[in-house]
Design a protein. Sequence first.
Length: 384
Amino acid sequence: MIYADFNGSSLLNPEVRDYLRTRLVDGPFANPNAIHCLGQQINAAIEKCRRTCAKSLGAQPAQIIFNSGSSEGISHVFFSILNCKSQKKKVIITSSIEHSAVVNAVNYYAEQGYQLETIPVDKNGVLQLDVFKQTIQKHQDNIALVSIMAANNETGVIQPYKDVAAICSAEKIPYFSDTTQFIGKEEFNFEESGIDYAVLSGHKVGALIGSGILLVKKPTQLRPFIFGGGQEKGFRGGTQNYIGIETLAIALKSFDENKSKLVNCKKNREAFEKKVKESFPNVIILGEKANRLASTSLISFPGIHGQGVQIELESEDIFVTTSSACSDNEPTTSKVLKAMGVQDDIGRGVVRISLCLGNDEKSYQEIFNALSHAYQKLGKIENF
């Protein structure tokens, strides 16, 4: 089996898997907020994990708030900044390629009276920074929040998040960046990024699903979103998912220790893409000219359904995904690709191949062989 949908959800990191085999048998298990020795032992382990995660992410331990994942973190940030009686500024700036978790949050607050400004991307899926600057100037004293992702989940295109952070910092505008697809796939340093709020989901980095982190530059500016019993210094209530938190620390530390593999990871991806294009000149690599995540390829053969290719690859035990929302015989081009100006004959044909840090030439060769077979077979059928 070759699992090539790490952008959707990572497999468990091998070190996490090995840890859980012992952890789930031997314990300890208790409420980390209890004053007895078992509770205090677990609580001490949580704080150790906080320090480990902070070190890996270039943050201070106090800036780490453990939660259930990015969707919760996004909602928490939006709630803290926008659902506030003292908030007088009424403009939210975002991009045209955000994840639905951000889009739905933005749309909710737009319904509450906020004005939405959406910054376009170019044909390679990169934020148009000049338009962003113009929009900042246009609404300079009325911007409540900027929300622009660090890397796109479909194309893998890395956005100029540091430039955005610098502009927001100069104008004293809160900047949230959805770093869900970036952390664990590229080097990230919260302090150096200039970002005010960032998020990660455990299942994207090889930790347990249902675990996550909200990074906050100035935690005192955060308002409780889940009240609970005052856990996480009152910023996030609810008994901590301490085993999930432990796996976060292991997964992030593992990435830190293996990030030198990123160079070879990118090299293998580029060699694979070159081979596909040489064999199938009509194939298009979406975002090809942009800086992308080292492990992500979004490719399309115009006229061939991506869903059909996905099914063909699955029959050979290779698991990929398409970036479009498909239902039966009505595949559609995703909003991200539409924002890039991608036509339907290309947008309907996309297949996303996202591997892990340890991808190798052998895996890419097997994917290439299966992909070639699928294109040759499906190319004989008039799809649309």
